[in-house]
Design a protein around this ligand. Structure first.
Ligand SMILES: [Fe+2]
Ligand SMILES: [Fe+2]
Length: 294
């Protein structure tokens, strides 16, 4: 933690986010006590650089930090009965995909293989590869419950968009750019990823369409959308969310659209948060199943 405060990116990239949300020093300390391991890893630090642009003029790392801060605030403000540690880790890891997605020149063969529908999978695979220790108990075993909550939260964070139904096929049928990572990660964690991707599967489209099974994932999903609505400054960025090329990343917005985005953002939190939390609770109680097909 001492070292971490001195980090260049802590000061340059994260302080504006903490100021924007009026976080107190005690809040920042509480957040870093949970996310420090992830934040100071070189792979996360890379995502705070211009190598990884996100929507608007920010980096993927800044987006992730903002989602993490909003997740923290939502849990505290609404006094949500969720595990703060698990929720903040989901927030930190939900977009740890491998490559910046804008104009990569990679042509996907299927619409449903585009960034918006598959990126939670590279994020989950990278998480298992880079941060396996987060899933382990002190005696070195995989903590199955914690692993399920975190990985399921990452996999389904895009709900109401579906996610590709990854399975144990040897072929990279979803055109995932870090598919070889599958060979490198803990088999117990990989099995949890497969299980999560198969839940609520629409067989014909080979996608899974459901929110996370756990409220921790649902809160991050809401925080991600809240932050993204604010960051989607133009139509091109909105379209780009689905994985299309976006030549106008970074383009500034006009006042009119900015105002309407502000009101969308405010309404969003009021209306959608209780709804998504409710869905999470109901799914958890097995009273609702969105499963189609088999
Ligand atoms: Fe995402
Ligand atoms: Fe995100």
């Amino acid at each position: 933690m001492e070292k971490t405060v001195k980090s260049l990116y802590y000061n340059e990239k994260c302080n504006p986010i903490f100021l924007k949300y009026h976080l107190r020093k005690s809040d920042i300390k509480a957040i870093y006590s949970i996310i420090g391991d992830v934040f100071f890893h070189e792979e996360f630090q890379r995502r705070l650089t211009d190598e990884f642009p996100h929507h608007g003029n920010i980096t993927v790392g800044e987006h992730i930090m903002e989602v993490t801060v909003v997740t923290y605030i939502l849990i505290k403000k609404y006094n949500l009965n969720v595990n703060m540690e698990y929720a903040l880790l989901i927030a930190m890891l939900h977009d740890m995909y491998t490559r910046p997605w804008q104009n990569t020149g990679i042509k996907k063969k299927s619409f449903l293989h585009k960034h918006g529908f598959v990126h939670p999978i590279p994020a989950a695979l990278n998480t298992c590869k880079l941060y396996e220790h987060l899933f382990k108990t002190p005696d070195g075993k995989i903590d199955i419950f914690k692993s399920r909550v975190i990985l399921d939260g990452i996999i389904h964070h895009m709900f109401i968009l579906p996610v590709a139904s990854l399975d144990d096929s040897l072929e990279n049928k979803f055109e995932i750019d870090n598919y070889e990572t599958i060979k490198e990660i803990n088999p117990e964690l990989l099995a949890i990823i497969y299980e999560s991707c198969q839940r609520c599967k629409i067989d014909k489209l080979e996608v899974s369409l459901c929110p996370s099974m756990y409220p921790e994932g649902n809160v991050v999903s809401v925080a991600d959308k809240y932050v993204s609505v604010h960051q989607l400054e133009n139509l091109e960025s909105t379209i780009a969310l689905l994985g299309f090329s976006n030549p106008n990343v970074g383009k500034k917005d006009n006042d009119k659209r900015q105002n309407s985005l502000e009101s969308i953002k405010l309404n969003f939190i009021r209306r959608i948060l209780p709804y998504i939390i409710k869905i999470g609770e109901v799914v958890k109680d097995n009273q609702l199943c969105l499963k189609r097909g088999k």
